[in-house]
Write a protein that binds this ligand. Structure first.
Ligand SMILES: O=P(O)(O)O[C@H]1O[C@H](CO)[C@@H](O)[C@H]1O
Ligand SMILES: O=c1cc[nH]c(=O)[nH]1
Length: 313
C-alpha cells in the first residue's frame, strides 16, 4: 500500500513530505499556514518552492554586511547574469536577519550567539522543507579566536565542542536537558581542506571548534567588564582546550552542528581566526586586515561551490 502523506500546507506536490526530511516535527503537517516570523515569509503569503526551490548551498554568518558581500562575491564568482545591485534583501520587512539569493546560493545572517542562530535555523530549515529543496549543503562562514594558531588561519571544524570540550549541545526542552550530538559532515570537511590548498593566502587546518555562550568571560578573556580569574588560570584553560584538540573559539557552532544533524542537512563550519588567544584578548589588528581575513572562509566556500557546480575542475 502506498504511504499516506499528510499535507495541509496548501502545497500541491504532496509527495515532497516523503522525499525531504529536513524537518523533524509531526505538528507541522497539521498547520494550515506556517509563518516564518523572523524572515517575514510565510507559506500562504509567499510561493516558497518558486522562490527557493533551486537552492543547493546555504551560507550563514553573523553579520548582515558580510552576508551581503558574500552574496555579491558569489554572484561574480558564479558569473550569474544581472546586476548585484538589483538583488534585494529578502528579509527587508524585518530587521532581525538579512537574506540574499544568488542562483542556487542562499546567504543569510544569523546574529551573535546560540539563541540568535537557533531561531534563524528553525525558520531556515522549515523554509528549505516548504520549498522542497533537496541535497542542500550548509556552511557557517565566520570569525573566531585562534587557540595556538596565528591570526588569519582558516579552521574547518572537525567537531564542535562545548566549554567542557564535549562534542554535544544541550538544549533545555520543557524543563529537561536534551543532549544532541554536534558531529559535522566529514566528507565536506575533507573536501574543503583539499580545496584550500588550491587557494593563495589561505592557511587552513581541521580541528575542533569550541562554542561558548559569551565573548568575554566565557572565552577566558581578561578584558571584559567582569573578570574573576588570573592570567595563569586563563592560559591553563586554553592549554587544556588545545590538548582536547580545540583550534578555535566562537559562539554558534554547537547548535548549528546539532540542529543540522538532527534535520539531515550536510553542514560545515569554516571560521577564520582573528588573533591567537595565547597572545592576547583584544582584537587590535587593523580593520582592512580583518576584512581580508574574513574573506578567506568566503573564498574557500565559494571555491567549493564552483567545484560542486562543475564551473572549475
Ligand atoms: O564572525 P561571526 O560569524 O559573526 O561569529 C563570531 O563573532 C562573534 C563575536 O564577535 C560571535 O558571534 C562569534 O561566533
Ligand atoms: O576571539 C574571538 C574572535 C571572534 N569571535 C569569537 O567568538 N571570539
Amino acid at each position: 500500500m502506498a504511504p499516506i502523506l499528510l499535507n495541509n500546507l496548501g502545497n500541491e506536490h504532496s509527495d515532497y513530505i516523503q522525499q525531504v526530511e529536513y524537518v523533524n516535527n509531526p505538528h507541522l503537517n497539521s498547520m494550515e499556514e506556517d509563518i516564518l516570523y523572523h524572515f517575514n515569509l510565510g507559506t500562504k503569503t509567499h510561493d516558497l518552492p518558486q522562490m527557493f526551490g533551486d537552492v543547493k548551498f546555504v551560507c550563514v554568518g553573523g553579520s548582515p554586511n558580510r552576508m551581503r558581500s558574500f552574496a555579491q562575491f558569489t554572484h561574480e564568482q558564479l558569473e550569474l547574469p544581472g546586476n548585484m545591485a538589483d538583488i534585494r534583501d529578502i528579509c527587508e520587512g524585518t530587521d532581525r536577519y538579512s537574506m540574499y539569493k544568488v542562483g542556487p546560493v542562499l546567504s543569510i545572517s544569523h546574529g551573535m550567539g546560540v539563541p540568535s542562530i537557533s531561531i534563524m535555523l528553525h525558520e531556515l530549515i522549515k523554509l528549505l522543507y516548504h520549498a522542497r529543496c533537496r541535497d542542500v549543503i550548509i556552511f557557517r562562514i565566520g570569525t573566531s579566536g585562534g587557540v595556538g594558531l596565528s591570526a588569519g588561519t582558516v579552521v574547518i571544524t572537525d567537531k564542535a565542542v562545548d566549554s567542557f570540550f564535549r562534542p554535544q549541545f544541550e538544549q533545555v526542552i520543557l524543563g529537561k536537558v536534551i543532549i544532541r550530538s554536534t558531529e559535522l559532515d566529514e566528507d565536506v570537511a575533507q573536501e574543503l581542506l583539499q580545496y584550500s590548498s588550491e587557494l593563495p593566502d589561505t592557511p587552513t587546518v581541521i580541528g575542533n571548534t569550541m562554542c561558548t555562550h559569551d565573548f568575554y568571560e566565557g572565552q577566558g578573556r581578561l578584558d571584559g567588564a567582569l573578570c574573576s580569574f588570573s592570567t595563569e588560570e586563563k592560559l591553563e584553560y586554553l592549554r587544556k582546550a588545545s590538548e582536547a584538540g580545540v583550534r578555535n573559539i566562537e559562539m554558534e557552532s554547537t547548535v548549528f552542528a546539532a540542529m543540522c544533524r538532527v534535520c539531515n542537512l550536510k553542514a560545515a563550519v569554516v571560521c577564520v581566526t582573528l588573533l591567537n588567544r595565547f597572545e592576547g584578548d583584544q582584537i587590535s589588528t587593523p580593520h582592512d586586515v580583518l576584512l581580508e581575513y574574513q574573506l578567506r572562509p568566503q573564498c574557500l566556500v565559494a571555491h567549493f561551490i564552483k567545484k560542486r557546480l562543475g564551473l572549475i575542475s
